[in-house]
Design a binder for this molecule. Structure first.
Ligand SMILES: [Zn+2]
Length: 65
C-alpha cells in the first residue's frame, strides 16, 4: 500500500466516523463508494467496529469506535 492510498484511507475513515451514510470513494481503486457495515460488541461500554468494504476491488478497512 503506498502513502497516497493510506492517506485516502485516513481521510475516508474520518468522514465515515462523523457520518456513516456519507459516500466515500474506495481509497484503492477510486471507482465505487465504500460499503459501510457496523458490527456491535456486547460489552459493558457500548463499542462497535465500522467496517469499510469495496465491492469493486475487495479493499477493506475497519474503525473501532
Ligand atoms: Zn476499490
Amino acid at each position: 500500500m503506498n502513502t497516497e492510498v493510506i492517506e485516502r484511507w485516513i481521510e475516508a475513515g474520518k468522514n465515515i466516523a462523523i457520518n456513516p451514510s456519507v459516500n466515500v470513494l474506495c481509497p484503492v481503486c477510486q471507482k465505487v463508494f465504500l460499503q459501510i457495515l457496523d458490527i456491535k460488541f456486547d460489552t459493558e461500554t457500548p463499542q462497535f467496529e465500522r467496517h469499510m468494504i469495496c465491492n469493486e476491488c475487495g479493499a477493506y478497512n475497519a474503525l473501532r469506535l
